[in-house]
Ligand binder design. Structure first.
Ligand code: KIV
Length: 274
């Protein structure tokens, strides 16, 4: 059954946990979808793990549309949420609505995600009024890396914890259907999750959230540039890939690949007739 925004709200009401994983291409989306994951995030983390940019600041609308459309083609049941890239929504409410619309029309997303709380509440409301579901993202917001001064845990002082609670309520009031909580103390995330009626999706925010999200390449052990404390590697796919590439290299060089079963036979007499 296809997962919708209503499914997510119902899961929260029934105390059922929501799973979310990032994907950026057709093949991975199919595998994630077949595994029964509830929601796929086409994250702007593709700037890190697909494009090697080091952060998400330079990711463009065209990048997001290109990858989201591929993911949408590979997804049957999961809800596809697409990140709005840096500066596609911050400058004006108009930009926010127009660019969210492009991610839906050209990227075939089911919902969009954007970073920020109180300061983007008006943008969220306008996008929702355009019939586009919005997932908010507060706490550590990677697009703001230059303002935040690095990838730092948020909500550790009373002031910043209070601001986080305000942000959470602001995005709920603006009609976001869910909110990602990134890199905040577990007790604070649990408090936010109790206070909100919309689901919280945690990443580095503890088990008290209503769901969890991880970056695909992180949880599969494929990306080693940096590994945040909150990542659990559910497999070491990177090692398997490296071994397979090395084995292929050996087989090409020693002539054992391709073997007869990978080879097309010429019909009898063809070569002799040339
Ligand atoms: O871009 C992304 O993958 C994200 C997750 C880390 C939540 O925003």
């Amino acid at each position: 059954m296809a997962v919708t925004v209503s499914t997510c709200l119902k899961m929260k009401a029934e105390g059922k946990k929501i799973s979310m994983i990032t994907a950026y291409d057709y093949t991975t989306a199919r595998l994630v979808d077949e595994a029964g994951i509830d929601t796929i995030l086409v994250g702007d983390s593709l700037g890190n793990v697909m494009l090697g940019l080091g952060d998400t600041v330079s990711v463009t609308m065209e990048d997001m549309i290109h990858h989201c459309a591929a993911v949408a083609r590979g997804t049957k049941n999961a809800l596809v949420v697409c990140d709005m890239p840096f500066m596609s929504y911050q400058a004006s409410v108009y930009d926010a609505v127009v660019n969210a619309g492009r991610l839906m029309k050209e990227g075939r997303a089911n919902a969009v995600k954007l970073e920020g709380g109180v300061e983007v509440a008006e943008h969220i409301r306008a996008i929702v009024n355009a019939q586009i579901p919005v997932c908010a993202h507060i706490g550590l917001t990677p697009q703001g890396i230059n303002a935040l001064g690095g990838f730092k845990v948020q909500g550790k002082t009373a002031d910043s914890a209070r601001k986080l609670l305000e942000d959470a309520h602001a995005v709920e009031e603006a009609c976001a259907f869910a909110v990602v909580l990134e890199a905040i103390p577990a007790a604070l995330a649990a408090r936010v999750s109790e206070e909100l009626t919309i689901p919280t999706i945690g990443i580095g925010a503890g088990a008290g959230c209503d769901g969890q999200v991880l970056v695909n390449q992180d949880m599969l052990g494929m990306f080693h540039d940096f590994t945040p404390k909150f990542v659990r590697r559910f497999a070491e796919v990177g090692d398997i890939m490296r071994e397979a590439y090395a084995e292929y290299d050996r087989c090409v060089k020693d002539g054992s690949f391709p073997a007869a079963e990978h080879t097309y036979a010429a019909p009898e007499g063809i070569l002799e007739s040339l």
